[in-house]
Each structure stands twice: as structure tokens, then as C-alpha cells.
Design a protein around this ligand. Sequence first.
Ligand SMILES: Cc1cc2nc3c(=O)[nH]c(=O)nc-3n(C[C@H](O)[C@H](O)[C@H](O)COP(=O)(O)OP(=O)(O)OC[C@H]3O[C@@H](n4cnc5c(N)ncnc54)[C@H](O)[C@@H]3O)c2cc1C
Length: 382
Amino acid sequence: MNRNTNPLVRVAVIGAGIAGAACAASLREAGLAVTLFDKSRGVGGRMATRRAEWLGADGRNATLEFDHGAQHIQARHPRFKAAMRRAAAAGVVAPWSPQVHAAWPAPTRRESWVPLGSMSALARHFMGDMPVQLNCPVQRLQRSTLGWQLVAEDGSQHGPYDQVLLAMPPAQAAVLLAGHHDRWADHLAGVPMQPCWTLMAATQDLDWPWDACEPEAGRSPLAWVARNDRKPGRSAPAGVATWVAHASPAWTAEHLEDSPAAVQAALSQALAALLPRGVKLQWQHRSVHRWRYALPAERPAAASTECWWDAQRGLGVCGDFLAGTGVEAAWRSGDELADTLLAALDEETAAARPLVKPAPVAAPLLAAAAAAAAPRVLARAA
Ligand SMILES: Cc1cc2nc3c(=O)[nH]c(=O)nc-3n(C[C@H](O)[C@H](O)[C@H](O)COP(=O)(O)OP(=O)(O)OC[C@H]3O[C@@H](n4cnc5c(N)ncnc54)[C@H](O)[C@@H]3O)c2cc1C
């Protein structure tokens, strides 16, 4: 949809995960001048794939891959379902129905999607050819009469922008909002996020009947184990199995500051304990990653809407934690923030347009239209 919205509106979206990519894509499609920023080397945020060089005992070498953040995507909301169907038609995602061994209920098949190639492919698909500044950790925001300036960790300045939209975990957004919107900053600083230690491992291939496993809570340090090489579009060298194992939030919280070596040893042992008796794993690669902000524990108390936007300041916030949990929540929050901003700009444009030969409209109808339009914007200025 191109609403011919004023292209002179300059928007900075900070955070190129799914929320930021969805938000930026809608704004750009509507004609706004959007720039995305991310502190990482690539886009996708917690939808990430780690690669590692592997040298086999027989001298073969290959690149191993591990989806060490989000595992798969479930789509329930009609708009997100439609977005995933479009991504599937473009060859970006493929359906995945993993056979999951769960202690309770009985083993199940889950209907889900997996981006092909790497998990970040979905964010790249949403972004298209949009300008994105990578390796750019935004450290602070500055506001002047010209608009917003972003100050990066290396001191470089970017701007000015009319609107700054934050699409990142709440604790990180709180740092940037402090001094500009203290009420939001205080709320966000208190939003609990669950951490997650992740083991990435390669072993000999073995006859494991499941694609994934969800150990019973409290029985294992692990909450999720997947055979990465069995996901659509993934592979491993012949004779090799690749594993991604997520520790439970409780175990991670207890071991958050442990050394990577200690965590690797503990999670390797936990993985081995889930396999049939007598199977001895031959480790060919092992590494761990700590996600400090993996999944929201709950929505912030002040979140009655799926995004926050403040018209006066030109500030917005989106992210999974405002709309629930997971990739779908992140997408919905980003998409909603774009819609909210575009609706407000449409109203501004309509209000500024000179009336030429206004058609006769009954006064009560006009009043009803104005009443219906106004709260849509105000309701989101939390
Ligand atoms: C281990 C794990 C397993 C998961 N499993 C699933 C699953 O199976 N299914 C599912 O649906 N969801 C899962 N999730 C959750 C899912 O990954 C997230 O809900 C979703 O990706 C969040 O997207 P987002 O855009 O809100 O945030 P993020 O993906 O966190 O994106 C935020 C971006 O902001 C950038 N950023 C932060 N601060 C700054 C700054 N100051 N300057 C510049 N850039 C900055 C970051 O680099 C990042 O790219 C999992 C997450 C983890 C960690």
C-alpha cells in the first residue's frame, strides 16, 4: 500500500530484528525516508545462525551451522500468517513439522516455519534493499530544534530524524529513553526477560528418532534440544549430527555468570543424558552462547497496546515483549507501530489540506468521524 505519505519524514529505526525490520519495511513502503541501525554485524537479532569451521578426522573440512536463537516460527494471527505465506511463496521460509519428544503431553508434531539458509533470512526479506547501518551501537539520543540525533559508541552522529523508533529488548531501550521519556524508561527497565545459555555441538551421526526434544521441567538443565541438521535447508557433513540445546530459564539464571567452559561441560553432560543408554557421544565441535535477554517473562504492566508511540516527542517503542512472546509477537509489534505512525501522519496531512468545495456532509457524521479518528493515535501515546 502506498499512501503517498510525506517522504520528507525522516525515520530512524534502531534494532534490525524482526520487530524493527517489519516496522521499517511498512514505513518505507508508505514512502517515508527510513534508515535502520543495528549494533551487530548482521540483521535478524535473536533470529540468528552461528557458523563454525569443522575439520574431520579424515581431513575433510566444512562449515557447520547452528540456529542458536529462535528455533522456528509459529503463525496464528491472520496478518502474520499472510506475511509468512508471502515469504514462503518468495522461497524465504519453508514449513517444518518437527517430531518433538515432550515428556508431557505425548510426542507431538508442530506446524511451523523455518527461514531457509539462515534464520536472519526473514528479516532480510522484510527489509529488501533498505539502507541499514550495521556495526552501529547507538549509545544515546540527542534532541534539538532540527530533530533527533543518534550518537553511536564510536562518537559518530547520525541524523537529524523526525521520528526515532526503538526495536530492541526493554532493558536496552530503557537506556536510550532515559532523560527523554523517563516514564517509559522506568517501565522498561523493570520488564523481566529470561536469559538462555545455548550449547552448539557436533557429534557422530546417530539414530535418534526425534527432530527435537523438550525435557520435562526440573528433570534436566535443558528445556529444548534440536537436531539442527534435520531442519529444512540445513545439513551437516556426512556422518555428523549438529545439535542446538537451550538451557531452561531457571538453570540459566542460576548459572548466568559461570564460565563458558563450565557451562559447556554441564550442558554437554545434560545432552548426553537425554540419549538412549549406552550411546557415547563423540564431540567434534562444542561452543556456547549466552543470551541475556532471550524471551520476555511477562508483558510490562503499562502495555495495553502492542507498541508505544509518543507523537509530541516523535518517539516509539516496539518489540516482542509488548505483544507477547516470540517472532510473531515481534512482527506484530513492529507492524503495529508503523500503522500507528502512518495513521497519525495521514491525519496530519488531512488536517493541513485546504478544503476545496467541500461536499455537504451532515454535521453529526463529521463529529462521529473525528471522535473515531482521534483516540486511535492518543490511545497509543502511553
Ligand atoms: C534462545 C532463544 C530461543 C528462541 N526460540 C524461539 C522460537 O522457537 N520461536 C519463536 O517464535 N521465538 C523464539 N525466540 C524469541 C524470538 O527470537 C524473539 O521473540 C524475536 O526474535 C524478537 O525480535 P525483536 O525484533 O523484538 O528483538 P531482537 O531480535 O532482540 O532485535 C533487537 C535488535 O536490536 C539491536 N540493538 C539492541 N540495542 C541496540 C543499540 N543500542 N544500537 C543498535 N542496535 C541495537 C540488536 O543487535 C538486535 O539486532 C527465541 C529467542 C531466543 C534467544
